[in-house]
Design a protein around this ligand. Structure first.
Ligand code: C2E
Ligand code: CA
Ligand code: CA
Ligand code: CA
Length: 278
C-alpha cells in the first residue's frame, strides 16, 4: 500500500511538474513567437448554405514552436489568456488578418466577412478596447468586413465590462458573434443584455445531429435566431447528412471539415477564384 501511495504521489508530482513546465514554456516562448514570426494564421471557409458560396472565413492562429513543433491553439491560448500577453497576441492576430484581408482576400471577394476569435479575458482591458479600433483604421480595413467571435464562458467574468466594450465595437461597425453557443451556463439571459449579431452553434450539437435528441435543440436555436433577427453559423459540419439536415432546418451559414479545413491564405484565394460545388 505504501508502495502504491508513493507511486501515486510520484505520478501526481510528475504531472504537476509537466503542467508547470508547459505553462513556463508557453509564457516564456510567446514573446519570442510574436517577435520571430513563429505564429501564423490559417483560414477556415464559412459557407452561405442557402446560396452555396463562401461568404467568409474564420482566422485560426497556429504556433510553429522551434522545438515543440506545431502547437495547437487549444493548448496554448488558455495559458496565454491567464497572462497579460493575450493582448499582444490578440493585436498580432488582428493586424495579420487585416493585412491578408486587405491585400489578398477583399480584392477577389468584396463582400467577404472575416471572423476573429477574441478572448473574453481581453475584453476586460481598456487599452485593448481602443487599440482594436486603432488597428483597423491604421490598416485601412472597414470594421464591416470583420466579425469578432467571443465565447460565452470567458465573457461572463465581468459581464458589464464586456457589454460596454462590445457596444463600443458594435457602434464602430464590428459584428459580434457568440462562439460555442449552447455550451455555457446562462446562454439565454445575455442574448438580450449584450449586443449580439450572431451565434455560432457549437460543434457538439452538430456532431450529434443524426442522433435525434440534438435535432430539436438546433432547430430551436435557429428559430430563436430568426426571431431575434441575428445570424447563425453551424460549426463542425463533417458529414453530408449533417449538411442536409441543417439545410432542411434553414440554417443560414455553416463551417466544418466537410466544407473546408483551415488553410493558408493562398489556398483560400484559389478557392475563391475557383469555387468547388458542395
Ligand atoms: P473555436 O473558435 O471553436 O474554433 C473551431 C475549432 O474547431 C478549430 O480548432 C477548428 O480547426 C476546429 N474545427 C473546424 N471544423 C471542424 C470539424 O468539422 N470537425 C472538428 N473535429 N473540428 C473542426 P483549432 O484551430 O485547433 O482552434 C481551437 C480553439 O483555439 C478555437 O476554438 C479558439 O477557441 C482558439 N483559437 C484559435 N485561434 C485563436 C485566436 O486567434 N485567438 C483566440 N483568442 N483564440 C483562438
Ligand atoms: Ca471561433
Ligand atoms: Ca467555436
Ligand atoms: Ca471552441
Amino acid at each position: 500500500a505504501k508502495q502504491a501511495g508513493r507511486n501515486r504521489f510520484c505520478f501526481f508530482e510528475q504531472s504537476m511538474n509537466q503542467r508547470v513546465h508547459e505553462h513556463l514554456l508557453v509564457l516564456q516562448g510567446i514573446d519570442q513567437a510574436l517577435a520571430e514570426h513563429q505564429l501564423f494564421l490559417e483560414y477556415q471557409p464559412v459557407f452561405d448554405l442557402q446560396r452555396d458560396v463562401i461568404s467568409g472565413a474564420e482566422a485560426l492562429v497556429r504556433w510553429r514552436h522551434p522545438r515543440q513543433g506545431l502547437v495547437s491553439p487549444a493548448s496554448f491560448i488558455p495559458i496565454v489568456e491567464e497572462s497579460d500577453r493575450i493582448e499582444a497576441l490578440t493585436l498580432w492576430v488582428l493586424t495579420q488578418a487585416c493585412r491578408d484581408l486587405r491585400d489578398r482576400i477583399l480584392p477577389r471577394a468584396p463582400g467577404f466577412k472575416l471572423s476573429l476569435n477574441v478572448s473574453g479575458v481581453a475584453l476586460q482591458s481598456d487599452s485593448l478596447r481602443d487599440r482594436v479600433l486603432e488597428t483597423l483604421s491604421r490598416e485601412g480595413v472597414s470594421p464591416a468586413s470583420l466579425r469578432l467571435e467571443i465565447t460565452e464562458t470567458t465573457m461572463m467574468r465581468d459581464i458589464e465590462k464586456s457589454a460596454e466594450t462590445l457596444k463600443l465595437w458594435q457602434q464602430a461597425g464590428l459584428r459580434i458573434l457568440i462562439d460555442d453557443f449552447g455550451t455555457g451556463y446562462s446562454s439565454l439571459s445575455y442574448l438580450t443584455s449584450l449586443p449580439i449579431d450572431g451565434l455560432k452553434i457549437d460543434r457538439s450539437f452538430i456532431s450529434q445531429l443524426q442522433q435525434s435528441s440534438q435535432g430539436p435543440v438546433v432547430d430551436a436555436i435557429l428559430a430563436l435566431s430568426r426571431t431575434l433577427g441575428i445570424e447563425t453559423i453551424a460549426e463542425g459540419i463533417e458529414t453530408q447528412e449533417q449538411l442536409q439536415l441543417l439545410r432542411q432546418m434553414r440554417a443560414s451559414h455553416g463551417q466544418g471539415y466537410l466544407l473546408g479545413r483551415p488553410m493558408p491564405v493562398s489556398q483560400l484565394r484559389t478557392l475563391l477564384e475557383h469555387p468547388q460545388p458542395l
